[in-house]
Ligand binder design. Structure first.
Ligand code: NCD
Length: 317
């Protein structure tokens, strides 16, 4: 067994979206993440696969859980991790995205984890730097590690992805989580449904290979997984829903609506949740909820992604 044998070749340099992954690469990352779950449950959670490597988390948009998850993942792999919240720094002084990227690039990081409010910004940045780049969410475009952690959570609970009915409900229009999940779940053979009011459905969403419903009763029938999305009020210009109360009544997941899905359906939410808006508190904390498990899987998936992109034996020079 040689030193690299635990690192099956991963052909990509960056992780910019699920769209650029082949189904076998998605499976490879989920398999690797499965092994990292065990690492996170050990007393000694430290590995050395990124020892001596520099990871910079470059967040142009506020984030708590995703940034913490990437930070912990990097630390568990032995990397030196630096967090930069750019929302309140040089960008305000007029520096562009590319200037910031070039400055950081000159510090020779090995991996940049980037979140940005504009779709496509992370891919643009990846063209300008010498290191690997992971998309931690770009506008309403993609959030690939979220879809991977959702898939890992589902696979561990249901034993498979193929053939499952997964219903994604809520603010699909503003959701990078929905887009990445549609791409991943379709690639692995699940049947994907959307439920949302017309105002929160992107035009042409059917072309992504999903069934579209406008009533929870139709979309939830026989569902194996119910994935709720946050109503992204900060991204809403104008009014997309008449009122929060009205929204909860028709599109919020409560116990009556959940009964329409399979009795053992999983309830998921990427967080942060608006309790009483898209999900009732008793459902979020109820026996079918795997929301906390998703958070645990998040660290495992991010470890797997970074290990696949830049992990390996130490330099020989
Ligand atoms: C998601 C995001 O930022 O896209 N959250 C997250 O990654 N923790 C979903 C959301 O903000 O609703």
């Amino acid at each position: 067994m040689n030193a690299t044998s635990s690192f099956p070749a991963f052909a990509q340099r960056h992780l910019l979206g699920i769209a650029s992954l082949q189904p076998h690469e998605i499976e490879q990352l989920i398999d690797l993440a499965e092994a990292e779950v065990a690492v996170g449950r050990r007393r000694d959670k430290k590995k050395s696969t990124l020892k001596g490597r520099t990871q910079i988390n470059l967040f142009f948009e506020a984030s708590t859980r995703t940034q913490a998850s990437f930070e912990l993942a990097g630390k568990r792999l032995g990397a030196d991790v630096m967090n930069m919240s750019v929302a309140n720094s040089s960008v305000k002084k007029g520096e562009t995205l590319i200037d910031t990227a070039m400055t950081l690039n000159a510090m020779r990081p090995d991996i940049l984890v980037v979140r940005h409010h504009s779709a496509g910004a992370v891919a643009l940045l990846a063209q300008k730097v010498a290191c690997s780049v992971v998309n931690a969410g770009d506008g309403a475009h993609e959030h690939p590690t979220q879809a991977l952690l959702d898939a890992l959570t589902i696979r561990r609970r249901k034993g498979r992805i193929a053939g499952l009915i997964v219903t994604i409900c809520g603010d699909v229009l503003h959701s990078r989580v929905a887009r990445s999940n549609i791409l991943l779940l379709n690639a692995l053979g699940a049947q994907v449904r959307m439920v949302a009011p017309s105002t929160l459905l992107p035009r042409g969403i059917e072309q992504m290979g999903v069934e579209v419903h406008r009533r929870m009763a139709d979309g939830l029938k026989d569902a194996d997984v119910v994935m709720m999305l946050r109503l992204q009020r900060e991204r809403m210009a104008g009014s997309f829903v008449p009122s929060v109360r009205e929204y909860f009544r028709y599109f919020g997941l409560d116990s009556d609506k959940l009964k329409i899905a399979k009795p053992d359906a999983l309830v998921m939410h990427p967080g942060p949740m608006n309790r009483g808006v898209e999900i009732a508190s008793e459902i979020a904390d109820g026996p079918q909820s795997v929301i906390e498990e998703q958070v645990e899987m998040g660290v495992a998936v991010r470890m797997a992604v970074m290990e696949a992109l830049i992990g390996g034996p130490e330099d020989t020079v």
